[in-house]
Write a protein of this length. Structure first.
Length: 326
């Protein structure tokens, strides 16, 4: 059997793999039968069996990732390896994934036009992923990134300034003429003092009651949708939370101490959407390692999307919450 034929065989047979220890033992038993003197062992059979049994290790933890997220993982790694843009800096970007018809995926990282950032100097990144290989490009490739904020294009050094000292960096950019002066509040509310209304009226209370009632109705609908999704799926949200936390710890290489401080934010952050008729639950986790406002590496929000029917982890998104975008 030629290499490409074997690859096609594996792709076809593993595409819908659902595996457990019982099936592994069955394969091992079949191999044992093949080893009897009266039979000739099939090389292809042994190779496929070996791959299937190895797969048990990966599936034992219950973590199965979608091809979409596999592409994201490789794109994230490529961004750091080629451009030095780490996970915390990627939080500045809007990420979009497009699965192409030729088996590749295109992952783009861009700054929304509505954001208060020097978008032209930051540019846009595009990573084309095929299998385990990736090719990345930047709209500002070839431009000079040296010279701090005076640079022709902004690389990881400038992104670090924007992330960790957004107010100070933006102030400098305004003075340099790179960014326009922010629009001020033309008609400040005279009733506001320190962000709170000083003379609460019956109208204010009525508006507050209306807003609260609307929020309660939306929350009830959210809980009903979650319960419906659990009935349609093969796992509960509680089980999905456990898998999601394991995935975050694994993918972001959190220490035991960090894993203990990683908390699931249950309230309004958990919600359900549907993809091709299958329920996807979106879960948010929060990590903050020190008291106060001091940011520590890997602090921030972690969003995980899991298909409750297939139990596949569809996506993981990390937001360091820096630059005021948390």
């Amino acid at each position: 059997m030629k290499n490409h034929e074997f690859q096609e065989l594996v792709d076809q047979n593993l595409s819908g793999l659902v595996w457990d220890e019982r099936k592994c033992q069955k394969v091992l038993h079949a191999i044992s039968e093949e080893e009897k003197p009266v039979k000739k062992i099939s090389t292809t059979f042994i190779l496929v069996a070996a791959i299937l049994c190895i797969s048990v290790t990966a599936l034992a933890a219950g973590l199965i990732f979608s091809p979409r997220y596999d592409a994201v993982r490789i794109a994230n790694q490529t961004m750091e390896e080629k451009y030095g843009i780490t996970a915390d800096l990627l939080s500045l970007f809007y990420r979009e994934v497009k699965e192409n018809g030729d088996g590749t995926a295109t992952v783009t990282f861009s700054i929304p036009d509505t954001a208060s950032f020097p978008t032209d100097r930051i540019g846009e990144y595009s990573v084309i992923v095929k299998g385990n290989q990736a090719e990345a490009s930047w709209s500002n490739d070839g431009m000079n990134t040296s010279g701090g904020l005076e640079a022709e294009a902004y690389g990881p050094d400038q992104l670090h300034m924007l992330s960790y000292d957004y107010a100070g960096t933006m102030d400098k950019l305004v003075k340099m003429g790179v960014m326009p002066h922010p629009a001020g509040v033309k008609n400040p509310n005279p009733r506001l003092a320190g962000g709170e209304i000083t003379d609460w009226t019956e109208e204010d209370q009525a508006e507050a009651d209306r807003a609260q009632a609307e929020a309660d109705t939306e929350n009830e609908a959210r809980l009903v949708e979650i319960a419906k999704a659990e009935k349609e799926g093969s796992m509960t949200v509680e089980e999905a939370v456990k898998s999601a936390k394991e995935a975050i710890v694994q993918e972001y290489k959190l220490t035991d101490a960090q894993a203990k401080k990683l908390t699931y934010e249950e309230d309004q952050t958990t919600y359900v959407t549907y993809q091709e008729g299958q329920p996807l639950v979106h879960l948010m986790f929060w990590l903050w390692q020190k008291d106060g406002d001091t940011f520590t590496e890997k602090d921030g929000q972690y969003w995980v999307t899991i298909n409750l029917k297939t139990e596949v982890i569809e996506d993981i998104m990390y937001d360091a919450g820096l630059a005021g975008n948390g």
